[in-house]
Design a protein around this ligand. Structure first.
Ligand SMILES: NC(=O)c1ccc[n+]([C@@H]2O[C@H](COP(=O)([O-])OP(=O)(O)OC[C@H]3O[C@@H](n4cnc5c(N)ncnc54)[C@H](O)[C@@H]3O)[C@@H](O)[C@H]2O)c1
Length: 311
């Protein structure tokens, strides 16, 4: 079994650690200092409580999960122990390059360096390393312990044996990997997500529909179906003659904007960053923020229970 270490005690490091420990795979999470590891422990324990309340696990399992996690502030020890490292430090190439260089001086040459970056290509992250073939993307989605997909991204120099080991680990932790063969910006999931966001911005800014109605259109139509049928399955079920014809007359009319659009630009420039600042496309307060997050979590748990029943 791989010996896994997670670097970074932010949102993603914590939730990835929980996902790994949930599958009884021992994991060390490294934080910069005691405050960071203490915060990670509190976050993880709170999420474990939610799993118990949702009847996804019982108290014995919770204890097992807790015992599978070790918290560390010693990077060298964390790295030396590992055969598989997942970094979840901030989305900043310099920080990741510096981290990987340090790790390379501590780790055996076949220890995998997986990055959870949402957009930085593994090829770039491997650029200064002596053994770049071990670097790949392992892009978990938030919250990683509830969302099944992990994108495994191949860098230009990543070799098959590391890709295979990464896929194996993802199966071991009962998640579903997909292989992204080229490290294009945004990989697969985020490209699709942002294609929808670009069109949503365009529809709103050209007065076709309101923000609320555009959200509703996704939530109550394609959103309901996409959990079962992705775009190709949907096309096959709808009939390819129909989908080809709609593609032919719609594509030239869709947004092809090259940058974030006017409204989101203005909001960001005015410090309105969404739920975390109380204003974005919508107005937020603590109650409305918690309500929607709770609803989303309940939905993810509902899906996960279905997955577990089917496997
Ligand atoms: N937030 C998301 O929804 C999400 C989803 C998928 C992927 N990601 C990716 O995951 C990575 C982490 O994102 P996040 O949202 O958890 O960020 P975050 O800011 O919540 O956490 C980053 C953590 O790393 C710590 N850190 C900074 N420098 C470090 C270093 N040199 N060594 C160890 N720790 C260090 C920070 O103190 C912080 O605790 C990013 O690359 C991001 O693109 C984020």
């Amino acid at each position: 079994m791989e010996k896994v270490s997670v670097i970074g005690t932010g949102l993603m490091g914590n939730t990835i650690t929980l996902a790994i420990a949930w599958a009884d795979v021992p994991v060390i999470i490294y934080g910069l200092n005691d405050t960071e590891t203490e915060n990670a422990k509190n976050y993880i324990n709170k999420e474990i409580e939610t799993l118990i309340k949702s009847q996804l696990i019982d108290k014995d399992k919770a204890e097992q999960i807790t015992e599978s996690i070790e918290y560390s502030t010693d990077l060298k020890e964390t790295a030396k122990h590992a055969t598989f490292i997942i970094e979840a430090v901030p989305e900043n190439l310099e920080i990741k390059l510096e981290l990987f260089s340090k790790l390379e001086s501590y780790c055996a040459k076949d220890t995998i360096f997986a990055s959870n970056s949402s957009s930085l290509p593994p090829t770039k992250m491997a650029q200064n390393l002596q053994y770049p073939e071990r670097v790949l993307g392992a892009h978990f989605w938030n919250p990683a312990h509830l969302v099944p997909l992990v994108e495994i991204i191949r860098g230009e120099k990543t070799t098959d044996r590391f890709i295979e080991r990464a896929k194996e680990l993802i199966y071991t932790i009962k998640k579903d990997p997909i292989l992204v063969n080229k490290d294009v910006v945004g990989f697969v999931g985020n490209r699709l997500q942002f294609a929808i966001l670009r069109e949503a911005q365009y529809l709103y800014e050209t007065g076709v529909a309101s923000i609320e109605d555009i959200d509703k259109a996704v939530q109550l139509s394609i959103g309901r179906r996409l959990g079962v049928t992705g775009p190709f399955l949907s096309a096959d079920l709808g009939g390819l003659d129909v989908f080809k014809s709609i593609s032919d007359y719609t594509f030239s009319d869709l947004s092809n904007q090259k940058k974030a659009s006017r409204t989101i630009d203005e909001l960001v420039n005015n410090g309105n960053l969404g739920e975390k600042t109380g204003k974005g496309y919508y107005d937020w307060n603590e109650e409305t923020g918690n309500e929607i997050k709770q609803k989303r979590q309940e939905e993810l748990i509902h899906w996960l229970k279905k997955d577990l029943k089917n496997n």
